[in-house]
Design a binder for this molecule. Structure first.
Ligand code: MIG
Length: 711
C-alpha cells in the first residue's frame, strides 16, 4: 500500500492500482503513515467503521434519505432511475464523499473508485458502517478537521473549483418534454411576457432533433432555427437543447459514420462497436474514455453554437439502455416459446418480468468496453465515469467554440465532473416528498462539489397541483439552477397553467427570484472562491443535538436561513431558530421584518408569502425585477441590514459572462452603527448603481436611509 498527502493534509491510501476517478486535482505527495481503518480485501474490498450512539454520517450527494444517512443503505452506481421511491438506493450520480461525526471528532472520507460501491450505514447492524467496493484497486482519502465545514473545504480544494455558469444561468427556465415545435415554444415565451413573468429561456427536449439524432435540428418543426435563436437571444432569452449519450446507427448520419471510421465507439468483446437501443432505436455509445473521442464528440457542439446556442443538457449518460440485442433476442425467443402454452403463475411472471427487466439491466455493463490509456475496461468497472467524461468532452468542446461562459448540465455525474458542469437531479415526481428530498439533497450535492444544481421544480413525473408548484418555487427560487420541467403526458406545469391564485403566487415568486439574483450570484461565487458550501445543514454550525436533527431548514451563504413548507394544506410551520434572526416576510407589494428570538416557533406561512431569516451582522441585497438577467440593471438596490455594531456585504458585480470574471469586480458595502447613527461606506460601486435604499434593523427598531452614489 502506498500512502500520500494531498493538499492540506488529506491522507490518501492507495490499495492496489486504482483507476483514477478523475476527481482529485491536487498533487499527491508520497508520505508514510499507518492505516487506522479496518480494510479487508478479497476480490471485493470492505471498509468497516463502528458507529457510536451519537455518530452521524453526512454526504453521498445525490441520494434519497436526507442529510444524516445513518440507518440506510446506498449505492454509488449511476442509474437511470425514473421512480424515486423511498427504497431506491442509487440515482444518477455517484458521489462517494461523506463525513462521519460524533461528539469527539469529525472525519471525512472519499472513496476514489469509479465502479460500484455499497454503503451500509447502520442498516444491517445499527453500530456498523460497512462500505463494499466492487474491486481491489481503489484509493481512500481521509480528511481530519475540527468541524464538518472545515473538512469539506479541504476536500473541495483537492477536487478543484466547481463549474461557473454565466449569470443568465441564474434566471428562471421553463421546460417541458413535449413542446412540439417552434410555434408552441414561441407561444410559451409570449404567454410569459403577457403575464409579465420573467424568464431566461427554454430547455429544448428531444423533439427539436430529427429522429433523436444528436446535433441535428428538425427543419420541419423548427423552420428558421438560427434566426429564431438569435432573435430570442437579442431579447435575453436562451434555448438550451438536450444531447443524449447514444448515437443513432444510420447510414449517412455523419456522427455515426465518422464515429465508426475514427474508432470512437465503445466496443463489445469482439472489438466491434457495441449495439444498444435508446431513443432512436439502435445506437452506439461514444467511448468518452478516449481522449481523442472526447475531443471528437466535443467538436459537434459547434454545429449548434454556430446557430446561436450557448447552453446544453447532457441526458441519458449513465448510460441509460432500453435493451441490448442479446437480451432482447433471448426475451423474444422465450415469448415465442410461451405461445399456446398454459402459463402458471411462475411462468407468467417470468415472461412479464423478462420484458420489464430489459430496461437498464445492469448485465449490459459487462458487455461493452472502454479504452482507457490503451487498456480495455468493462463499462461496469468504470461505470460512474461515463457521464463525467461526456460532460468533460462537452465542456472542452464548448470552451473551444465560445469565448465566454456557457450553460452546461448533465444527468449522470461523479465527483470531478463538478469542474465541467452542473447537474439536475433527474426524474423526480410531483410529490410533496420529493420537494422535501430536494431541500435535503442540496447541501449534500454541495459537499460533492456540485454547486450549479437544482431539481425539476414542480416535479417531472406525475400531476402537479398549483399549491405544490407554489411551495416548490418558495424553495427553488434559491437554487442556482431554477427550472420548471415536466414529463410528456403530465399536467401542464407552466405558472399560468393552473388557477388565478397559482398564477399570482408563482409570478410573484419568479419576480422575486430576479430581485435575489445579485445576492444568489454573489453567494455562488463566494462559495466557489472560498471552497465553501452554499447550502448548509444547521448540524454543521450548531452544537445542540436538537439543531443537528433539523433537516428541513437550511443555511444559505453566510446570511440566510430558509425554512420552506414541504407539506400540503399548510398555512404555517414550526421553525427552530438556532439564534436570534430577522424574519423577512415578502408579500407582493414588499416585505415586512421582525426580530424573532432563538428557539422554537410556530409561524404563519401562507401560500402567498415568502419567509426567510437574516442572521445578525449581515445584509440582504435586493435588486430590481427585470424580464430577464440581460435587462437587470439594478440602478437602485435595497439593502436590508440586521446589525448591532457593524455589518459588511460583498457583491460580485462582474459582467457575468467572461471566463476571467473581469478580475472579479466586487462592490463592498459596510455599515457602522454608532450612537444611533449609521455610517455607510460603499467601495467600488458597480457600474450603473445610483441609489442604495438602506433599511437598518437593530434591536431598537428600523431606520431607513437613502444613499446616492455620486459619479
Ligand atoms: O427517457 O428526454 O431526465 O428530463 O425530459 C427519458 C426526455 C429521457 C430523461 C430526462 C428528462 C427528459 C427525458 N429524458
Amino acid at each position: 500500500m502506498n500512502t500520500y498527502i494531498i493538499g492540506e493534509q488529506a491522507k490518501y491510501y492507495e490499495f492496489g492500482k486504482p483507476i483514477s476517478s478523475n476527481a482529485i486535482v491536487e498533487m499527491k505527495v508520497p508520505a508514510v503513515f499507518p492505516l487506522e481503518e479496518i480494510v479487508k480485501i478479497e476480490r471485493r474490498s470492505e471498509i468497516q467503521f463502528s458507529l457510536k450512539e451519537d455518530t452521524r454520517v453526512y454526504g453521498l450527494g445525490e441520494n434519497l434519505g436526507g442529510i444524516n444517512k445513518r440507518g440506510g443503505r446506498y449505492e454509488s452506481y449511476c442509474r437511470d432511475e425514473a421512480n424515486h421511491t423511498e427504497d431506491k438506493i442509487n440515482l444518477y450520480g455517484a458521489h462517494n464523499f461523506f463525513v462521519i461525526e460524533d461528539k469527539e471528532k469529525a472525519i471525512g472520507y472519499f472513496v476514489d473508485f469509479p465502479g460500484r460501491i455499497h454503503f451500509d450505514i447502520g442498516f444491517t447492524n445499527d453500530d456498523e458502517f460497512i462500505i463494499t467496493i466492487n474491486g481491489e484497486n481503489f484509493g481512500l482519502m481521509k480528511i481530519e478537521g475540527s468541524t464538518p465545514s472545515e473538512i469539506i473545504t479541504k476536500f473541495l480544494k483537492t477536487i478543484g473549483k466547481p463549474y461557473i455558469p454565466p449569470k443568465w444561468g441564474f434566471g428562471y427556465f421553463q421546460s417541458r418534454w413535449g413542446y412540439r415545435d417552434q410555434k408552441e415554444i414561441q407561444e410559451v415565451v409570449d404567454t410569459f411576457q403577457q403575464h409579465e413573468i420573467p424568464m431566461d429561456g427554454i430547455y429544448l427536449d428531444l423533439d427539436y432533433m430529427v429522429d433523436f439524432k444528436n446535433f441535428t435540428v428538425s427543419r420541419e418543426r423548427f423552420p428558421d432555427f438560427e434566426d429564431w435563436t438569435k432573435s430570442l437571444k437579442e431579447k435575453g432569452l436562451y434555448l438550451i437543447p438536450i444531447i443524449d449519450a447514444g448515437v443513432k446507427i444510420e447510414e449517412g448520419y455523419n456522427v455515426y459514420e465518422e464515429g465508426v471510421k475514427g474508432d470512437h465507439f465503445a466496443v463489445n468483446q469482439e472489438g466491434e462497436p457495441y449495439v444498444a437501443a435508446v431513443w432512436p432505436g439502435k445506437v452506439h455509445f461514444p467511448d468518452f474514455f478516449q481522449e481523442k473521442t472526447r475531443r471528437w464528440f466535443g467538436e459537434y457542439y459547434r454545429d449548434l453554437t454556430k446557430m446561436g446556442i450557448e447552453g446544453f443538457w447532457n441526458d441519458m449518460n449513465e448510460p441509460a439502455i432500453f435493451y441490448d440485442e442479446k437480451s432482447l433476442e433471448e426475451a423474444v425467443d422465450m415469448a415465442i416459446d410461451c405461445r399456446g402454452k398454459n402459463l402458471n403463475v411462475h411462468k407468467f411472471f417470468h415472461l412479464k418480468d423478462t420484458f420489464s427487466n430489459l430496461l437498464n439491466d445492469e448485465k449490459y455493463h459487462q458487455r461493452f468496453y472502454h479504452r482507457m490509456d490503451g487498456e480495455k475496461k468493462t463499462n461496469e468497472e468504470v461505470h460512474n465515469l461515463y457521464g463525467n467524461y461526456m460532460t468533460q468532452s462537452a465542456y472542452e468542446g464548448l470552451s473551444r467554440h465560445l469565448d465566454h461562459r456557457f450553460l452546461l448540465i448533465s444527468r449522470a455525474s461523479s465527483i470531478g465532473m463538478h469542474r465541467y458542469g452542473g447537474i439536475w437531479t433527474g426524474d423526480n415526481a410531483s410529490w410533496w416528498s420529493h420537494l422535501e428530498e430536494n431541500v435535503k439533497m442540496m447541501p449534500l450535492l454541495n459537499m460533492a462539489g456540485f454547486f450549479y444544481t437544482g431539481a425539476d421544480t414542480g416535479g417531472f413525473g406525475g400531476q402537479c397541483s398549483g399549491e405544490l408548484l407554489t411551495r416548490w418555487l418558495q424553495f427553488s427560487i434559491f437554487t442556482p439552477l431554477l427550472r420548471n420541467h415536466s414529463a410528456l403526458d403530465t399536467r401542464a406545469q407552466e405558472p399560468y397553467a393552473f388557477d388565478k391564485r397559482t398564477l399570482e403566487e408563482t409570478k410573484h415568486l419568479i419576480r422575486l427570484r430576479y430581485r435575489l439574483i445579485p445576492y444568489l450570484y454573489s453567494t455562488y461565487m463566494k462559495a466557489v472562491d472560498k471552497y465553501e458550501m452554499m447550502f448548509k445543514p444547521l448540524a454543521f454550525f450548531y452544537k445542540e443535538s436538537h439543531y443537528k436533527e433539523i433537516e428541513d431548514q437550511l443555511l444559505l451563504g453566510d446570511e440566510l436561513m430558509i425554512a420552506p413548507v414541504v407539506e400540503r394544506g399548510k398555512t404555517g410551520r414550526r421553525v427552530d431558530l438556532p439564534e436570534e434572526m430577522a424574519k423577512i416576510e415578502f408579500a407582493d407589494s414588499g416585505y415586512t421584518v421582525e426580530i424573532v428570538k432563538e428557539g422554537p416557533h410556530y409561524l404563519a406561512y401562507q401560500r402567498d408569502r415568502l419567509i426567510i431569516f437574516l442572521k445578525k451582522g449581515h445584509m440582504l441585497p435586493l435588486g430590481d425585477v427585470a424580464m430577464n438577467v440581460k435587462e437587470l440593471k439594478n440602478e437602485k438596490l435595497d439593502l436590508l441590514v440586521y446589525m448591532d455594531e457593524n455589518a459588511e456585504h460583498l457583491l460580485y458585480t462582474d459582467d457575468g459572462l467572461s471566463i476571467d470574471r473581469n478580475d472579479q469586480v466586487k462592490t463592498i458595502f459596510s455599515v457602522i452603527h454608532r450612537e444611533g447613527d449609521f455610517l455607510v461606506d460603499i467601495k467600488n460601486p458597480y457600474k450603473g448603481l445610483k441609489v442604495v435604499n438602506f433599511s437598518f434593523l437593530t434591536n431598537e427598531g428600523l431606520v431607513k436611509k437613502t444613499h446616492r452614489i455620486n459619479s
